[in-house]
Write a protein that binds this ligand. Structure first.
Ligand code: LLP
Length: 401
């Protein structure tokens, strides 16, 4: 059991200082994501102290809840965005333009134009075509833009293929063979393009770092080579991607993993003397959120026992999209009841609409509540209104209060 969850007196408690969820089940008005700011504070401080000297640009795509953003901003975190919507949300949350990195593979003219007007910290460029577009817009505004080149080193990591990004078959990053052409273009357009950094993001949910080390070794050489011609180059952005344990949470093990990750980063990158940047998403917020849902029906069949709840792939897409595993708890332990095997499924008209299959749970009934654990990252931010279902609510609390 995750140590952010525990049963006390038959009731499930959640948080850094675990709090009973009963107040929310009593006032339940539909599926809700519930987030504990105290967990985010704890994760942020742990990451900040492990990655000493690294500027953290939280990847907003993981969770763009405004209260969470304001909270991270107050803690000193910076922000990584991938759309105009996210730029606007970042400003609304209080982030200064100089603390915004703009990533993403398909930036439009309007998005680039806004980023340039704001003079954000850096635009991470993903292709020659994008570089040309940025240059044209900067020229028309008579401005110089701070850019970083996102490079694709063709290195695989052990993760779901849908969230790996550092291979040639992926749409992300600039292939090293295109660099010569990029360099030429940069030299011709120095007054509008200032090469401040290089960047890398190999993929998400990384739990092993040999691929990362290999990629850093390749890109270090590229950095040093580029620096000869572009002395203004001084930033190395090594992306996000540090994973968490979904199947059986062991927070101590995750801290070891963080330490191992930090060691790879420091060993490989400290000798460069560059300004180091990272874009973590999941590691900061995944454990801080749960999705609460009400059981509508029990549906026993000769083949399966289904629990049908009022939330589904419309609110949490991860199981349907990546067959991702999330632990599922009942808000009442009911340890005196027998344990049964259930498929926990939602109301959506798709067979991919499940939260978990063959899960052992104490017998339960309609009107009781389940929580889907570790859904603070890529939960609400990927929710949709398929079948014209409403979006879930979001509730933010601080378990230290
Ligand atoms: N930087 C870039 C350029 C990214 O594309 C991403 C995530 C991050 C940073 C943050 O990665 P993180 O630290 O969160 O792993 N929806 C998927 C994850 C997609 C990640 C997309 N890019 C999921 O639910 O697992």
């Amino acid at each position: 059991m995750s140590s952010y969850f525990k049963y006390t007196g038959n009731e499930l408690h959640f948080g850094l200082n675990p709090k009973s969820l009963s107040a929310w089940t009593k006032s339940y008005q539909g599926p809700a994501y519930i987030y504990d700011l105290a967990i985010i504070a704890d994760r942020y401080s742990k990451m900040k102290s492990a990655l000493k000297g690294v500027d953290l640009y939280y990847a907003m795509k993981a969770n763009s809840n405004i209260e969470i953003l304001k909270f991270l901003q107050k803690m000193g975190c910076k922000i990584d965005v991938v759309s105009l919507g996210e730029i606007e949300r970042a400003l609304q949350a209080g982030f200064a333009a100089k603390d915004i990195v703009f990533s993403g593979v398909g930036k439009t003219v309007k998005e680039i134009s806004n980023a340039i007007d704001l003079s954000i910290h850096q635009i991470n460029v993903e292709s020659l075509a994008e570089l040309v577009r940025i240059c044209e817009i900067a020229k028309s505004k008579n401005k110089q833009v701070a850019i970083a080149l996102r490079l694709n080193p063709n290195i695989s990591i052990d993760t779901h293929p849908y969230i790996a990004t550092g291979l040639h078959e992926n749409k992300f990053g600039i292939e090293l063979s295109v660099l010569e052409e990029i360099k030429k273009f940069l030299l011709q357009n120095r007054q509008h393009l200032s090469l401040k950094g290089i960047s890398l993001h190999l993929g998400s949910q990384m739990l092993e770092f040999s691929g990362l080390r290999e990629a850093l070794q390749i890109l270090k050489k590229v950095y040093l080579d580029l620096k000869l011609q572009y002395p203004e180059l001084h930033r190395f952005d090594f992306g996000g991607g540090l994973g968490i344990h979904y199947e059986s949470t062991d927070l101590k093990k995750e801290e070891f993993l963080l330490a191992e990750y930090a060691q790879v980063i420091h060993q490989e990158l400290s000798p460069l003397g560059a300004e180091l940047q990272s874009e973590p998403g999941r590691w900061l917020v995944a454990h801080a959120g749960l999705l609460m849902t009400e059981i509508q029906y029990l549906k026993p069949t000769p083949y399966k026992n289904f629990i049908i709840v009022d939330s589904g792939m419309n609110h949490l897409l991860r199981p349907a999209l990546y067959e991702a595993y999330h632990q599922i708890y009942s808000t009442r332990e009911n340890s005196d009841k027998p344990v049964n095997s259930y498929d926990v499924v939602g109301p959506i008209c798709e067979s991919a609409d499940f939260f978990g299959k063959s899960r052992s749970l104490h017998e339960t009934q309609a009107g009781e509540f389940l929580v889907i654990a570790d859904t603070g990252a890529y939960g609400f931010s990927m929710a949709n209104t398929y079948n014209l279902q409403s979006l879930p609510q979001e509730i933010v609390f601080d378990s230290r209060d």
